[in-house]
Design a protein around this ligand. Structure first.
Ligand code: ACO
Length: 468
């Protein structure tokens, strides 16, 4: 039994590139029918890295910012776990690049490496950190979890479902965001729905339709297991009424809408109290469908979405801001949706239960729940919202025309796995304090620099290794 109390997330920071493309503009450029990306996929905008940013620079930026803004001494970190599916090196972990921040403060005593399985790696990293703090090997210091990805797809139907971001989460005791660790349901199996077998390319191989079905099947299975565990331990039925918010891994918003509706269908089949008489009537014609038939039924999809709409607006919509604006951030996607909830609702979240659904193709999935309370400054929900400053970060982005976006994608294809090049070092669009890639040398070693921070607020104009 863990003696540590209220283990969970103490602090969060998010970073996404200041460069993006409007989905409406991309839709027209790609020759897709009007509304396909915006209404059909439910996306507004997509963030992407230019040639000066990557998962390592974004992680350096995010971790540095979290430590500075919450005034955490780097020596207080005892475990650092990274979740990512963006492969830059087949051996050297992203975590070791981040050690540059800690080494210069004399702290090399930090456990943890990278976790990889598509979009699930961040959840694996988070569980590792939480388990460490709850374990007998915990030494009293903080854990730090970093979820970082650049999601890019080849030209074609999957391209508008890209995105890029990093989230860092500080883990410790007496947290405002705690884990209800006993209530977890997982589903893991072998599937070829989305994978990256071509090590010469950053792009995945995707069976789009299969990935949607795998996601929904995993959701059903995790929800059933979550409910079973809850019911065994609490001695009463779990229904959607027992949770205040539902946060989903968000490749694109339409799948999130379908997922919430699918949970309602599950509650209907379980005869749970959350489904009222009029909803029962509308869903009754589908009660005899087999599992496979239910995934294929467009009528069921429509009926459940209609029945779930009013609850979706209350329990899911506040979680959708960043995923709709930035796109799929792979490992960071679920946590960016959770960050959206904190951004939108931080003053009213005390004692709320949040259900989280993490999905990584291939496939690994877990449903788990969090319990929130306001907490004490600096580890309070309102301060987390303040530090993340999501509205300002979204507002200050630069929209690129599609031609420029395509040109950047081509350059990144060329640069992926390459050596012996210097970047433009153009950091004019980056905020002060942002790290950027300057060079990959003939030994494939990567070098980064940090954009100068205004001297009047007393911070450095730093470089890492031989950057600018
Ligand atoms: N106006 C409004 N809606 C439209 C329009 C239009 N003009 N045109 C199409 N639509 C709708 C479609 O009806 C469909 O809606 P539906 O899902 O409710 O049926 C939606 O837009 C998408 O259209 P499709 O034709 O189904 O899209 P397509 O097959 O071309 O691509 C897909 C979508 C499969 C999601 C693709 O973008 C992809 O492969 N993405 C990557 C894989 C992915 O994200 N999978 C999710 C889980 S795995 C993971 O997280 C990576």
């Amino acid at each position: 039994m863990a003696s540590q109390k209220n283990v969970g997330i103490l602090a969060m920071e998010i970073y996404f590139p200041p460069t993006c493309i409007q989905q409406e503009v991309l839709e027209a450029h790609d020759g897709a029918s009007k509304g396909k990306y915006t209404i059909g996929l439910g996306q507004d905008c997509m963030g992407f890295c230019t040639e000066v940013e990557d998962v390592i620079s974004m992680s350096l930026t995010t971790v540095t910012s979290l430590l500075e803004k919450y005034k955490i001494d780097p020596k207080q970190i005892g475990r650092l776990e990274v979740g990512s599916e963006t492969v830059i090196d087949k051996s050297k972990s992203i975590k070791t690049f981040l050690m540059q921040i800690f080494e210069k403060c004399g702290n090399t005593d930090i456990e943890g490496v990278d976790s990889t399985n598509a979009c699930y790696g961040g959840t694996a990293a988070l569980f590792n950190c939480v388990n460490w703090v709850e374990s007998s090997s915990w030494d009293g210091r903080y854990g730090l979890v970093v979820c970082t990805d650049s999601a890019v797809y080849a030209e074609g139907p999957a391209r508008p479902t890209g995105g890029a971001a990093t989230i860092a989460m500080l883990i410790g005791t007496d947290a405002p965001i705690t884990f209800e660790s006993k209530f977890r349901g997982s589903h893991m199996s072998h599937a070829y729905d989305f994978y990256k077998p071509n090590l010469a390319s950053e792009y995945p191989v995707v069976d789009g339709k299969l990935s949607q079905t795998c996601y929904l099947m995993a959701l059903d299975s995790c929800y059933k297991r979550y409910c079973n565990k809850y019911e065994k331990l609490e001695g009463k039925q779990f229904s959607m009424d027992d949770a205040d918010y539902f946060v989903f891994h968000s490749p694109y918003n339409k799948l999130v809408q379908k997922s919430f509706a699918r949970l309602m269908f599950n509650d209907f089949l379980r005869n749970a109290s959350s489904v009222d008489e009029s909803a029962k009537e509308k869903l009754a014609p589908f009660s005899t469908l087999t599992g496979d038939e239910s995934y294929a039924s467009r009528d069921l999809e429509k009926a459940t979405q209609q029945v779930a709409k009013s609850q979706y607006d209350v329990k899911v919509q506040p979680t959708t801001l960043i995923p709709k604006q930035v796109g799929n951030m792979y490992t960071a996607s679920l946590y960016a949706a959770f960050a959206s909830l904190i951004h939108n609702k931080h003053s009213t979240l005390d004692n709320k239960r949040v259900i989280m659904f993490s999905y990584g193709s291939g496939l690994s999935a877990t449903m788990f729940s969090l319990r929130l309370r306001e907490g004490q400054h600096p580890f309070s929900l309102s301060n987390i919202a303040n530090v993340m400053n999501v509205a300002e970060k979204l507002k200050s982005r630069n929209e690129f025309p599609p031609e420029k976006f395509v040109e950047i994608m081509k350059l990144m294809e060329h640069r992926y796995g390459a050596k012996d090049f210097v970047t433009s070092k153009d950091c004019s669009l980056l905020s002060p304090g942002t790290y950027y890639l300057t060079e990959v040398d003939s030994m494939y070693r990567r070098f980064y620099a940090k954009k100068a921070v205004d001297k009047t607020i007393g911070t450095e104009n730093g470089t890492l290794a031989n950057g600018h």
